[in-house]
Structures are given as C-alpha cells and as structure tokens.
Design a protein around this ligand. Structure first.
Ligand SMILES: [Zn+2]
Length: 132
C-alpha cells in the first residue's frame, strides 16, 4: 500500500505516468495495478449510479402526487431499492425506520412507495421548491 512514493492511484495517473509505471512493473505488479484500476472504476460507476438514483428520487418527489404511469416508472426504476426498504422496514425517503402509521391508508401507501408516515405527510424533498 505504502510502497509507492506519493501513493498516486493508477486511476488518477496521466497516460504518460501509466506507461512509465508499466515499463518498470513486473507481471504481478501490473496485475495488481489492473485490479486496482478496475475496482476504482467500478466504485466510481456505482457512486454515480447512486447519485443519479438520488437525483431522480428527489425530482420525482417534487412532483408530489404520482400518476399511474409514474407509479409504473417508479416500480421499474426503483424496484430493487423499494423491495430492499420494504424488507428492512425502512423508509426510501429518509432511510429511517418506518414502523408506525396513522392509519391503514398510510400503511398501504408504505407497501407501495415505501415511505414512512413523516415522509408521506411532508417529504423533505417536497418542501424545497414548491411548484404549485
Ligand atoms: Zn421517511
């Protein structure tokens, strides 16, 4: 880990630096560098996918009332995420535990969205920029 001076990660290197590194590296070192680059790229891709998902959730939340078409879209786009939260009993909005509901209607809403009572009543994301 600390065997390289400066400890610049391969993914942050310029093309020239990578070529220089490749010339002075042995087979096992190159394999390790390749693995490191692949892991970094995968981490960056996962992070940007999370960000896109977050932004979409944020924008969709602002719309407020969902149309059936929007619901179908949400099921497709966030199906796995929703299932995860439903299984864990947590809220897809605020990520907190969602176990108490005011009424059966809210509980049923949780099974669809899944949003906790607080987020169903006044989602944080909806208070930011009201359109109507
Ligand atoms: Zn919530």
């Amino acid at each position: 880990m600390a065997d390289e001076v400066g400890a610049k990660r391969p993914i942050d290197m310029t093309k020239e630096e990578l070529f220089a590194l490749g010339r002075t590296s042995t087979g096992p070192q190159i394999a390790r560098i390749y693995k490191e680059i692949r892991e970094d790229v995968e981490a960056k891709l996962a992070a940007s996918a999370d960000k896109i998902r977050e932004n979409l959730t944020h924008k969709i939340g602002k719309v407020g009332k969902k149309t059936p078409a929007m619901e179908v879209f949400l099921q497709g786009a966030f199906g796995r995420n929703r299932e995860h939260h439903k299984k864990a009993g947590t809220c897809v909005g605020c990520l907190q535990s969602a176990s108490e509901f005011e009424d059966e209607m809210s509980e049923r809403e949780y099974k669809i969205t899944p949003l906790c009572q607080k987020c169903q009543d006044s989602p944080d994301w909806a208070t930011e920029a009201p359109n109507d």
